[in-house]
Design a protein. Structure first.
Length: 173
């Protein structure tokens, strides 16, 4: 699968505007051959909660690290035991190791690295995923439900599902 192209992400084909947005959000950018763009964003793994001042895990290691999806689908399949989750788990168990040997970490379309650019070991990602799944609360949606989440106190996501559903999202600070 392909990620969105930079003009779709930034909603412009003006490279100067893209660069301006990158600077605004403190992201490093590098224009590559074939008109592609590499964005690097250096952030700490934890931030202080704006109200409680407590340190809070605040990053996307489990989402953007190459092993994240692979490990996540192992957990999902263990819970759902569906053919579709088995197929995704099997596919990711083949494709992720293949990608590691064919593409340098810095050249992968999504990745999370240590601040010095070295790869984060899969075992670290597995540990984070295991902690997440041991503390997971599954909210069984029903029509007209409202759920408020403090992004600094809780991660959130969704499990694979089948059928129609419509979820409306509102962000607030």
């Amino acid at each position: 699968w392909e990620l969105k192209s930079w003009d779709k992400i930034f909603l412009t084909t003006d490279k100067a505007e893209v660069e301006k947005q990158c600077r605004t959000y403190e992201m490093d950018f590098e224009w590559k051959e074939n008109d592609s763009l590499r964005i690097t964003h250096h952030t700490p793994s934890a931030k202080k909660h704006p109200l409680t001042n407590e340190p809070a895990w605040f990053n996307h290691l489990q989402v953007f690290h190459p092993a994240g999806g692979q490990i996540e689908y192992e957990h999902i399949h263990a819970r759902q035991k569906r053919l579709k989750t088995f197929l995704w788990t099997t596919f990711l168990n083949v494709i992720v190791p293949l990608k590691k040997i064919t593409t340098k970490p810095i050249d992968q379309s999504m990745n999370v690295l240590f601040g010095d650019g070295t790869p984060i070991p899969d075992a670290y990602v597995r540990h984070v995923e295991d902690v997440i799944w041991k503390n997971l609360v599954i909210f069984p949606w029903k029509k007209n439900d409202i759920l408020a989440i403090d992004n600094f106190s809780a991660s959130h996501g969704r499990l694979p599902y089948e059928g129609k559903r419509r979820i409306m999202v509102c962000w607030s600070c």
